[in-house]
Design a protein around this ligand. Structure first.
Ligand code: SF4
Length: 77
């Protein structure tokens, strides 16, 4: 499965479902952004404040598999 990009207003998140270990650190850590009942299930637009973006970076950093990565805007814009 290819890595997918989910755009936010401050930072983006990419996700590769092929390496996800379903540890649910993301869903537990920031349920407003990671909500498996929604499509798309990752919505970085919910982290649209400096505090939210900082929390999102931290939660993504806890992903044990590397499935989630942060995309800083200057990296691909
Ligand atoms: S934290 Fe990473 S490995 Fe765990 S469910 Fe989320 S994306 Fe998958």
């Amino acid at each position: 499965m290819a890595r997918k990009l989910y755009r936010g207003s401050i930072i983006d998140v990419t996700f590769d479902g092929a390496v996800c270990q379903h540890a649910a650190e993301c869903v537990r850590g920031m349920p407003t952004v990671f909500d498996t009942t929604k499509r798309p299930w990752i919505d970085p637009m919910q982290a649209d404040t400096a505090e939210g973006a900082a929390q999102l970076r931290e939660v993504v950093g806890r992903c044990p598999s590397g499935a989630l990565l942060i995309g800083e805007h200057e990296e691909h814009r």
